[in-house]
Design a protein around this ligand. Structure first.
Ligand code: UDX
Length: 497
């Protein structure tokens, strides 16, 4: 046996399997980098649709990922990342974000293909050999990994890309059904008196409207409702649990509650932050980032810009987008608005007549932004967001207060916690998934002004800056998330020793 073979025998190798959505891929790519820094070999398995967008034909993407791989080789103790892909059986132009139901069903059937892929790409067929698999780190909604981990006799590490409170509500879905909290009816959702206090983990009492909006389905055969319930039954069957949150934000008990069978459960977030602080580009954007944001932001006054983005999936009605545009115009503040080409319920937004001309001196409209660079820019004073978990954590970790405008899933809980629990933001009145309320331009304008110009807004900003400090401490050497990630690495190392 030569030295390289011997080294490989005691090397760590994590297979990482994200759900094919921007936020999930981003969070797990950050984890991949942090593990590679700690000496892990990483096999990152995307569906073909995602794989093509991040390492596929685009020279720009390929270059940025290749430099990522080289950095991994040069700077870190042997860690290496490789990207593999798996066909999900859906049409090549299929976008998971707009077809969640189809995606869930297709992904739930992937066990044989994933196992075949991993077995056929193990061993010495590589230019650089990879060691035996130490563990499979699976997105919490990729149940297809369960059978693969069992057959390959490796630990299954369940990764939660949501906040701990949302994750608990999802993990305990069957329990919530037995207590009559799911499905959530419209009248219950809007009844602030009906609190859910039976969940473990010392999490704040939840309102029915905080539960994942997929639990609103009244039709027992609803595809997404059933898919998410199926996933929640599989989430209890893990050997290790990792959560993209930090103990100072949600408490250790909330994270521990995600271990239903007594396995270790650790908070290791915000995962983007250590990479970001050390200037490592972990970008796995599925859309091309508009780099003009940076120079435009450089020209604005400190803390003056409203950054508006609804993540990769959320849409608004055409009427709502018009009111939003007029509301932003009315604030008199500069704004940077990400208008994805499908943001108007699948179509490009049509903005009010004359709007672009009237606001051209103080507005920048882009299709996709380098969000971390934007949120960390000193000109940004407020984030008007759909309250996806990544966006929420990125905003709080970079000290930017949040104006939440949720659309679906866990976004309602993130938005309410940002306002009521962490006190770093506000929201609009009465926005609910079952209620087609259009937030009028006056409310947009007033709420933004409240946040940018009042003493209340100043306090929210101070609170956000305090959370930024906590998040930073958590991920730096000696911090809670830093130490937890080391504990995970040590536990995995014991398995190959
Ligand atoms: C989805 C769900 O919508 C969300 O509720 C859940 O918490 C996670 O999965 P997504 O819509 O993608 O998430 O939103 P979010 O979690 O906020 O993640 C979006 C990611 O895209 C962030 O990491 C953000 O930095 C990035 N982004 C977004 C950009 O890089 N540029 C943009 O213009 C917008």
């Amino acid at each position: 046996m030569n030295i390289e073979d011997e080294n490989l025998q005691c090397a760590l190798h994590a297979v990482i399997v994200p759900f094919p959505l921007q936020s999930h891929v981003n969070a797990l790519m950050n984890l991949a980098q942090l593990l590679a820094m700690r000496g892990f070999f990483i096999t990152f398995v995307n569906t073909e649709w995602i794989h093509k967008r991040i390492v596929g034909d685009s020279a720009r993407k390929a270059n940025s990922l290749i430099s990522l791989l080289f950095r991994g080789d040069r700077d870190h103790r042997g860690g290496r990342i490789r990207f593999l892909s798996i066909a999900d059986g859906l049409p090549p132009d299929h976008c998971s974000a707009s077809n969640l139901g189809d995606s869930f069903i297709a992904l739930q059937k992937l066990s044989p293909a994933l196992e075949h892929l991993l077995r056929s790409r193990s061993g010495n067929d590589e230019q650089y050999p990879f060691p035996a698999i130490t563990c499979i780190v699976t997105d919490c909604v990729m149940s297809c990994t369960e059978q693969v981990a069992t057959n390959m006799k490796v630990p299954r590490v369940i990764f939660w890309p949501l906040c701990a409170a949302s994750s608990i509500a999802q993990c305990y879905a069957t329990f919530l059904i037995s207590h009559g909290h799911i499905p959530v009816t419209i009248s219950e959702a809007n009844n602030p008196e009906k609190l859910i206090t039976c969940l473990p983990g010392n999490i704040p009492p939840l309102r029915p409207s905080d539960l994942n909006s997929l639990y609103r389905a009244q039709d027992p055969s609803d595809v997404l409702f059933n898919a998410i319930l199926y996933e929640s039954q599989k989430q209890s069957k893990g050997d290790y649990v990792l959560v993209n949150t930090f103990e100072e934000l949600e408490g250790r008990d909330a994270v521990t509650a995600l271990s239903l069978n007594g396995c270790p459960a650790l908070a290791i977030g915000p995962l983007f932050l250590p990479n970001f602080l050390q200037g490592r580009d972990s970008t796995t954007s599925l859309w091309e980032e508009d780099e003009s944001c940076q120079t435009w932001l450089d020209m604005q006054q400190p803390a003056s810009v409203i950054y508006v983005s609804f993540g990769s999936l959320a849409v608004k009605s055409q009427e709502q987008l018009e009111q939003l545009a007029l509301g932003l115009e009315g604030t008199g503040q500069p704004f940077l608005w990400v208008l994805r080409s499908d943001v108007a319920e699948g179509k490009p937004a049509v903005l009010p007549e004359g709007f672009e001309e009237r606001t051209k001196e103080r507005a920048l409209l882009v299709r996709w932004a380098p969000q971390l660079k934007v949120l960390s820019h000193t000109s940004v004073g407020l984030f008007l967001t759909h309250s996806g978990w990544n966006s929420t954590m990125e905003s709080m970790s970079l000290g930017v207060p949040i104006l939440g405008f949720p659309y679906s899933g866990d976004q309602f809980l993130n938005c309410r916690f940002a306002k009521d629990v962490w006190e770093i933001g506000l929201d609009f009145e009465g926005v609910d998934v079952d209620d087609q309320k259009v937030v009028p331009k006056e409310e947009v304008e007033d709420t933004v002004k409240r946040m940018m110009r009042s003493s209340e807004g100043k306090q929210l900003r101070e609170n956000a800056l305090k959370l930024k400090e906590c998040a930073t401490r958590a991920v730096l050497p000696g911090g809670s998330s830093f130490l937890n990630l080391n504990t995970f690495v040590e536990d995995m190392a014991r398995k190959v020793a």
